[in-house]
Design a protein around this ligand. Structure first.
Ligand code: FES
Length: 169
């Protein structure tokens, strides 16, 4: 009887784990960000994914390929503060503990450098003048997945200054 009880709890634990810790499938969902023509050379724009992740998308080249753009999380990997692009210093800066990052998300100072904590990079796609970033499907709910065809919230890079976006050198 004791063995059956233990087996029952074990089964419940496995089932709870499947809901609390979703499996990492590795599947990604391309998510529309903006038209490439709306992001000028050296400019960046904030973008919030359907799952609420804050991303900075920037143009670093004049062309129309994925290499001409970059997308990084704007959440500091140290303790989760918001990082800001400093065009005058060509870096991202985290005001919480003076963390700094290069334009590619590599840590260059403060606690993120000590811990080798990079800003998360998102894969960029460009198709027919439209810019997409790949988001891990595991982080989205069924409703969020269904809404991905409608794009995110960051749609007007012209409002960079008002929303804290900046220029990339
Ligand atoms: S939270 Fe960014 S450096 Fe600590």
């Amino acid at each position: 009887m004791g063995g059956g009880l233990i087996a029952g709890y074990g089964y419940l634990g496995v089932m709870a784990g499947r809901f609390l810790l979703p499996a990492e499938s590795g599947r990604t969902i391309p998510t529309f960000v903006t038209e490439t023509s709306r992001l000028k050379m050296g400019k960046s724009m904030p973008f919030v994914t359907a799952a609420g992740e804050k991303v900075v998308v920037a143009r670093r080249g004049p062309g129309e390929t994925a290499d001409d753009f970059m997308a990084l999380s704007s959440v500091c990997p140290h303790l989760g503060c918001q990082v800001f692009w400093e065009p005058q210093n060509n870096r991202f800066f985290c005001p919480c503990h003076n963390g700094t990052f290069a334009a590619d998300g590599k840590p260059t100072g403060g606690p993120p450098l000590a811990g080798n904590q990079w800003l998360t990079q998102y894969k960029v796609r460009v198709e027919n003048g439209l810019l997409f970033i790949d988001l891990p499907a595991d982080r989205l709910t069924r409703e969020q997945l269904a809404s991905q065809g409608c794009g995110g919230h960051g749609d007007d890079p012209g409002d960079d200054a008002a929303r804290g976006g900046g220029a990339l050198a």
